[in-house]
Write a protein that binds this ligand. Structure first.
Ligand code: OSB
Ligand code: MG
Length: 356
């Protein structure tokens, strides 16, 4: 699906998004889930290709003809498959959609969400220059986004962040490095500590927790982990090591909504604020993110933007819009509360695999 504008991060530039949409039919109902893996292994090791392999050859054969009761049951069934969280999470999402449709409950109700609308922000990719970044941010601010995240990478960090802060002295601002730095770069990152940022997201290696602890000690700004937290266990490690003061929750990265709720609860116990991250989802995955973000401990605004920030045409009939108070409404329909635009799905489909 073509993005409305290219999205550049420290690991690459995306002009369109490839994803695996999962459709599960059971008891006359259909559930949809989105696997948030991308075409290239830039964010983590998974890709749409590895997801299809893991789904087709391992996850689906374990599930066919089996009575899968709920998400916990599903996690037990796939427990022998190491890693591949994005693939697992896509299936779990479809199971939640099915469960909601069977019980006539929205995903928000099933997960225990407490909000009917969630606070959101926008994640802004690296632009051609600091000046054009300021212009892009100004455009989002005028649309009503009250929290801005900018992507940074070596050579495009302090100057970019300072330019945005200079133009918007009071806006809620945060940065995301997507693992582009090492501990040796502390002197480069240090000026960010004076910009009154909400947080600095994943500055160091994608599998690191310990060096983030060493970094957090040197910063008054909260360090937020994204890539490094791949399970509730990792969340506990990070908490016990004081490696961060905030966690970005992505159900995909954690292996499913059930795992995301576990990290939510863990962080709640230690009063660590969390927020819902994004992976440029289609309307399917965005519905899941919005429902997840309605849980009580999602204190900070999520990387959940209106549909038109991502796609001219989406694969769902329903589109998400930004309310004037920088929130997005949580869908109320059963399950994800979304219906598929089959023409759009057909138009964008590169491949389809049916397993009976
Ligand atoms: O690190 O949060 C990230 C998109 C793709 C991969 C990784 C990330 C992102 C974003 C976009 O920041 C968030 C969104 O979906 O709006
Ligand atoms: Mg991130």
């Amino acid at each position: 699906m073509p993005l409305v504008s290219p999205f550049e991060t420290s690991f690459g530039r995306e002009t369109d998004r490839e994803c695996v949409l999962i459709e599960i039919k059971s008891e006359g109902l259909t559930g949809y889930g989105e696997c948030v893996a991308t075409r290239d292994p830039g964010y983590n090791y998974e890709t749409t290709g590895t997801a299809i392999h893991i789904l087709k050859d391992f996850i689906v054969p374990l599930m066919l003809g089996r009575d899968v009761k709920d998400a916990v049951d599903f996690q037990n069934i796939v427990a022998g498959i190491r890693g591949h969280n994005l693939a697992k999470a896509g299936v779990e999402m479809a199971l939640w959609d099915l469960l909601g449709k069977r019980e006539n409950k929205s995903l928000r109700e099933l997960l225990g969400g407490v909000r009917e609308k969630v606070e959101v922000g926008v994640s802004v990719g690296i632009q051609s220059s600091a000046q054009s970044l300021v212009k892009t941010v100004a455009d989002y601010v005028s649309q009503g986004y009250a929290r801005i995240k900018i992507k940074i990478k070596p050579g495009r960090d302090v100057e970019d962040a300072s330019a945005v802060r200079g133009e918007f002295p009071a806006i809620r601002l945060q940065v995301d490095a997507n693992s582009a730095y090492s501990l040796d770069d502390v002197h480069i990152l240090k000026p960010l500590d004076e910009l009154d940022l909400l947080l600095i997201e994943q500055p160091l290696f994608e599998d690191d927790i310990w060096d983030h602890h060493k970094l957090q000690k040197q910063f008054k700004t909260p360090i937020c982990l994204d890539e490094s937290i791949v399970s509730p266990r990792h969340a506990r490690y990070a908490i016990e090591m004081s490696a961060c003061r905030v966690i970005n929750i992505k159900a995909g990265r954690l292996g499913g909504l059930s795992q995301a709720v576990m990290v939510h609860d863990l962080c709640c116990e230690v009063s660590m604020p969390i927020w819902c991250g994004g992976m440029l989802e289609t309307g399917v995955g965005r519905a899941s993110n919005v429902a997840l973000a309605s849980l009580p401990n999602f204190i900070l605004p999520g990387d959940i933007s209106a549909s038109d920030r991502y796609y001219v045409r989406d694969i769902t009939n329903e589109r998400f819009v930004l309310n004037p108070d920088s929130t997005i409404d949580v869908p109320r329909g059963p399950g994800l509360g979304m219906t598929i635009d089959n023409d759009a799905l057909k138009k964008f489909s590169l491949n389809r695999l049916d397993i009976e």
